[in-house]
Design a protein around this ligand. Structure first.
Ligand code: ZN
Length: 207
């Protein structure tokens, strides 16, 4: 279990160490040698305190279970998932809490290829039809990335996925309660992209 106690897991750890630990977990997952994959048990759940070293904001997509793809055990990372990792006040408040109250030095925004939320936004914008209900919030929040790429670009979808990660990262870096720690180097907000085919996480905005 030594992989769970690297420098990223130490209290007061740096953003760099936290990122290294998180990406090391993804490499274990990709290589088919997770150390926690076999230990998702109630006993493991009961064995530790909450001492997270990263918060990961990802998509609700059922193919992207965040603890698994980073090979993390109970108490290691805080996970927030919304459609297309869209922000709202609850999400931002949760990240502010984890960073400010739990002392977590790393925030990762993780997009993924073939994201249905981005697909739906592209379709809605092309059709000129804004969906009803709260679904409209998702489309409204993803739309800027799609329009920045250009709705007629043949590669709008993969490009908008990346743009949307970078936009989300940018918003979080400028967040009222995060901007100070980010400027001081105590906290990093980074962007990643998950490849559904290989399981790999690539950094697309390392900060
Ligand atoms: Zn998605």
């Amino acid at each position: 279990m030594g992989a769970t106690s690297g420098p990223g897991r130490q209290a007061g750890g740096t953003p760099r160490a936290a990122l290294a630990d998180l990406l090391a977990g993804n490499r274990r997952f990709v290589s088919g040698q997770p150390v926690h994959g076999h230990d998702v048990t109630a006993a493991a759940a009961a064995s530790g305190d909450q001492q997270p070293y990263a918060v990961v904001l990802g998509c609700i997509d059922s193919r992207v279970p965040l603890e698994a793809i980073f090979d993390q055990t109970f108490g290691a990372i805080c996970v927030i998932r919304t459609g297309g990792h869209v922000l709202d006040r609850a999400v931002c408040g949760s990240i502010e809490y984890v960073v400010g109250q739990l002392g977590v030095p790393l925030v990762m925004v993780l997009g993924h290829e073939r994201c249905g939320a981005v697909e739906a936004t592209v379709r809605a914008l092309r059709a000129g039809q804004r969906p009803g209900g709260s679904l409209a919030h998702l489309v409204d929040e993803i739309a800027p990335a799609v329009t920045e790429v250009g709705i007629d670009d043949p590669a709008v979808q993969p490009l908008a996925i990346r743009r949307h990660v970078r936009r989300t990262v940018g918003i979080l870096r400028a967040d009222d309660l995060l901007a100070g720690p980010v400027a001081a180097g105590r906290v990093a907000v980074v962007g990643g992209l998950y490849d559904l085919a290989t399981g790999e996480v690539a950094l697309i905005d390392p900060g």
